[in-house]
Each structure stands twice: as C-alpha cells, then as structure tokens.
Write a protein that binds this ligand. Structure first.
Ligand code: GLA
Length: 387
C-alpha cells in the first residue's frame, strides 16, 4: 500500500522526495448504538481497512488536498490562514476542520502540506470514513508540527472538528475507536468519563462479516441530530424527578419507575433505547469475558430490535439485511451498526456458513430492495500508524 500511495502522490505532485505515508483505520461498532451521546457505554473496534495518506510538508502555509477516491474533484487548495468551512471544498472540509480545531485548542499548525488521501472503506457506509480521515489528519499534523498531544486528544479534537466545523453533533465513539484501535480487540468505552478497557475478540470458528446496504447516508442530512435532541428532552424531563447527569446513569428498573414523567410516547421510546442499550452493552461484554458468544450474539439481535422499534433508525434496507441474516444457519448475531438510516450491518457468522450467508442474504436483499448489498469479511486492526 505504501508504494500505491507514493505512486498516487507522484501522479499528482510530480515526485516523492520527502513524502511520508500514514494509515488510520475505519471502525465497526459491535454493540452500544446511540449511547455515546447519552453518557453510556459503547463497544467498537478498529478495522484493518481505513484511510491512507501520502504527505509532504511545504515551505509555505498552503494546503493542497487530493483524494484518489474523488479524482474528479482534483486538487482542493486552502491555507492555514483560511480554515473556514466551504461547501465547494467538499470532503476536504474534514481535514481542514481538524487543522482548524487544533488551532482552537492552541495547537497552531505552521507547516503547509501536499497530501493525497485514499480510503478502502466504502464511502458513506457507516464504517466511519470521515472520522478515519479526521484522526489520520490529527496524527499527521502532530508528526509534521511536533505537537505533543496523545491519541485520546486526537480523538477529542477530531470530534470537535466534526461537531463545530462540519456541523454533525456526533458523540466520541468513532474517533475514539479509530485513534485507540487495537488488533483483535474491541474497546469497552464508558463515554461519561472516557474510561476504557480492551476486550479480546476471540470468535473461535466464526468471523465478523459486514454487509453494506449501499443505501447512502450522510449524518448531516439524517435524523441523527433529531434523535440527539429527543434524548436531551427526555433527560430534562427525567431530571425533574431523579438525580442523574445522563440517560446512561439509569438502570432498566429506575427507568421503568420514572418513565411516566416523560409523558410523550415517542420520547419514552427513545430514552428506553438509550437506557436498555447501555445495559445490554455492559452485559454483552460480561458475556464475552465469560466466553458466552451465543449470549453476546443474542444481545446484538436485541440491540437491532430496539434500534428498529424504539429508536427507529433502521429502515427497510438494514432490516432486510438483519432479518434475513437471523434466518441463516451459523449466524450467532446480527444488527445494524453506526448511525443507521442506511450504511452497514455487522454479523458474527460461523466460518463454514459464510459463503451461504453471503449468497442467501445477498439474494434476499436484492429481491426485496432492487439493488445489491456488498459483503466484507473483516479483521480487527490497530489505530493510526506511519507505514
Ligand atoms: C455515528 C456517530 C457516533 C455514534 C453512532 C451511533 O457513528 O458518529 O458518535 O453516535 O452514530 O451509535
């Protein structure tokens, strides 16, 4: 991959003198969905697919961005003195946002750069291609400018960029999972205080299979921000009767005792998902530690049901993929992953059933939806690195 990146760089910028190549992963969340902005737990892992960048520092403050995924956009130019959101800068608003956010945190980049990105995460699939570019840019800016921040700081600054520069009110999960990724481990993260623990993912005779619905979604135009405010409203109402900071502070029983104060049926459903999903995530990690992979799978399935019925973020594409997965032999668990409204599902499938899984779910999906899904057998990888 290093050579491929150097070749891309040469094609665009002429030669490869002084060019360095870096990588940051994508992520998949195993369980704990829509809990990260509710002070709950998440359980994501980094993937071996992700985003690569070949970069060379410049003598001036100019920024020349190029993506081998969006060749038609050409070189997008900017400057360290002009880090403002511009619609026409398209995908380059992600790296620009990170450089801007660094400045807001007193890390003033002084090195301009020529940079070529290339990602092998399917775009808009819900495997966090944007967070991957962000964390990668934060990692590169550190190396080029000699900053002293750590990986957790990179994740926080990347989230800040996504929130304040790109206008998506996301939680910390994606950026944290990417920055802190560890091979063959998922990250059990408490989003209320950023305490985390690595848990080995030992699936024995099974693998993680991702099914991509090919229904494109962008968080900005989805109902993501709406769900967030619904949870905030439910929390505000609960706070009038119980002393909590976030929905993640409630057990299922406490929620049931106090939910009537929320009054609105829709808001009760949203909050119920946040509370129960948080508890499911805690139980799922316990199950994994006890080597009870069947229980882990059953909790994944329950997570999907809750996202479908209470949180209402699945839609016909993801439901078709998951409900048809549940019918297949050798499927231990299946659920949507990420924000929802399109994107991907994550499935734990026994090795000897993977081929028939892909064939049968693929067929059922195409018959019902009218276009194809894509399938990826994935490995859990490390966080950002220099190649
Ligand atoms: C997106 C956001 C995350 C998280 C998930 C839902 O991926 O970026 O912060 O909220 O949706 O779990």
């Amino acid at each position: 991959m290093k050579n491929t990146m150097l070749n891309y760089f040469k094609e665009v910028f002429g030669d490869t003198e002084g060019v360095r190549v870096y990588f940051a992963p994508g992520r998949v969340n195993l369980i704990g969905e829509h809990t990260d902005y509710n002070g709950g737990h998440v359980f994501p892992c980094a993937l071996t697919i992700g985003t690569y960048a070949a970069v060379r520092e410049r003598e001036d403050r100019k920024l020349c961005f190029y993506s081998a995924n969006f060749k038609e956009k050409g070189i997008i130019t900017s400057s360290l003195d002009d880090l403002v959101f511009k619609k026409e800068d398209d995908w380059a608003n992600y790296p620009k946002g990170v450089l801007w956010a660094l400045g807001e945190h007193s890390y003033h980049a002084h090195k301009g750069m020529d940079i070529v990105y290339f990602g092998n995460i399917p775009n808009g699939s819900g495997l966090s291609s944007s967070a991957s570019i962000e964390v990668l840019t934060g990692f590169i800016a550190k190396e080029l400018n000699g900053f002293d921040y750590d990986l957790i700081k990179i994740s926080l600054i990347s989230q800040y960029a996504e929130n304040k520069f790109n206008g998506v009110n996301c939680g910390i999960m994606d950026q944290f999972a990417i920055a802190m990724g560890k091979r063959e481990h998922a990250i059990f993260l408490d989003t209320s205080n950023l305490e985390y623990e690595y848990a080995p993912i030992e699936l024995g005779d099974a693998k993680l299979v991702i099914a991509c619905s090919n229904k494109k979604r962008g968080l900005g135009d989805s109902k993501y921000n709406e769900r967030r405010s619904e949870c905030e409203e439910a929390l505000a109402r609960l706070k009038t009767v119980v002393d909590i900071e976030t929905l993640g502070d409630l057990s299922e029983e406490e929620f049931e005792n106090h939910k009537s104060v929320i009054k609105d049926e829709i808001l009760i459903k949203r909050a119920r998902h946040a509370v129960y999903e948080n508890q499911r995530t805690i139980h799922a990690v316990e199950a994994l530690k006890g080597k009870d992979i069947e229980k882990f799978g059953a909790l994944m399935n329950a997570s999907h049901v809750s996202l479908r019925d209470d949180y209402e973020v699945t839609g016909i594409e993801l439901d078709t993929l998951v409900e048809s997965a549940w019918k297949q032999e050798g499927v231990i668990g299946a659920r949507m992953t990420g924000a929802g409204f399109g994107g991907c599902t994550v499935n734990i499938v026994k090795n000897d059933a993977i081929d028939s899984f892909i064939e049968n779910v693929g067929k059922a999906y195409e018959e019902k939806i009218g276009y194809k899904a894509d399938f990826y057998v994935v490995e859990i990888g490390d966080g950002p690195k220099k190649l």
